[in-house]
Write a protein that binds this ligand. Structure first.
Ligand code: LIP
Length: 269
């Protein structure tokens, strides 16, 4: 596996920031102007015409500036260009339910992948104005502040971030798993955006995180940001973090956390 030259990684990281910012500005404008809502896999799996408009904007910009690259987005899917050297992963609005309800916890997530590895990513919350970004080997940042990852706290004091799926039966199983965990960790937060949850872990606002399954667009940028901030990540059961499950903690508590998650059957709901 050859790593991208530093200058290309920096170029991709800068473009991810620009795309997230322009997508975020459009999303905020649509939020204020009004938007239509429809559903996808279930009555709770909502999508708005703002999601679609933001993804369209990002795709058009990439087609103009990086025509040889491949794009995968939550709403328009995979363009299937398997020969592309760089693949972009776009969640136009991560936390769509929060966006729809007016809860200020949603973000545009943009990641660039090369040789199957995410090397640049940006998660931008246009409501708070917070822009998280990272490049592989270059560190993770909130605006200009270097992020140093979660607190070194024991599980019993740790605040755990998680999320639940759109399928009712799966949500019930996930709830039972979380019920097993609550007596073993310090507290729980379900904030509604996997991308921002991972950024909050990177920023030390959460101590532990797990969720699964997830769309690769949900976690691609946030996982890079968390790893570049020093978080330890896993997909449990010997897997790397990925669509089946993303689990993350801090050097001193990650092994215990992952063992606890496996013991309660997390990531297998
Ligand atoms: C959401 C995730 C969230 C998860 C939701 C949903 P979306 O992404 O960010 O963590 O719990 O079920 O998948 O659908 O808002 O882009």
């Amino acid at each position: 596996m050859t790593s991208a030259p530093v200058d290309e990684t920096a170029e991709l990281a800068q473009l991810a920031i620009e795309l997230a910012r322009s997508g975020g500005a459009l999303a905020l404008q649509r939020r204020q102007a009004g938007f239509a809502v429809s559903t996808k896999s279930s009555p709770t799996d909502v999508v708005t015409d703002a999601d679609r408009a933001v993804e369209r904007l990002v795709r058009d910009e990439l087609a103009a500036r990086r025509p040889a690259d491949s794009v995968v987005g939550e709403e328009a899917g995979d363009d299937g260009r398997a020969d592309a050297a760089v693949r972009w992963l776009i969640d136009p609005i991560d936390g769509t339910v929060n966006f729809m309800l007016g809860l200020p916890q949603w973000a545009v997530s943009v990641a660039a992948e090369q040789d199957g590895r995410v090397i640049a990513g940006c998660v931008y919350n246009p409501v708070s104005g917070e822009l998280f970004h990272a490049s592989r080997g270059g560190g993770a940042y909130l605006d200009g502040l270097r992020l140093t990852g979660p607190r070194p706290v024991p599980l019993a004091e740790a605040v755990l971030g998680t999320g639940f799926g759109y399928d009712q039966d799966r949500r019930a199983r996930q709830g039972r798993v979380v019920g097993e965990l609550l007596g073993r960790v310090g507290n729980l937060r379900r904030l509604g955006s996997a991308a921002l949850d991972l950024c909050f872990l990177a920023a030390g606002r959460l101590d532990l995180y797990f969720e699964g399954p997830l769309g690769e667009w949900d976690y691609a940028a946030g996982l890079l940001i968390a790893e570049e901030a020093g978080a330890i990540t896993s997909g449990l059961y010997g897997r790397p973090a990925g669509s089946a499950c993303v689990a993350a903690g801090q050097r001193d508590n990650a092994a215990d956390f992952f063992a606890l998650l496996e013991a309660v059957g997390a990531g297998r709901e």
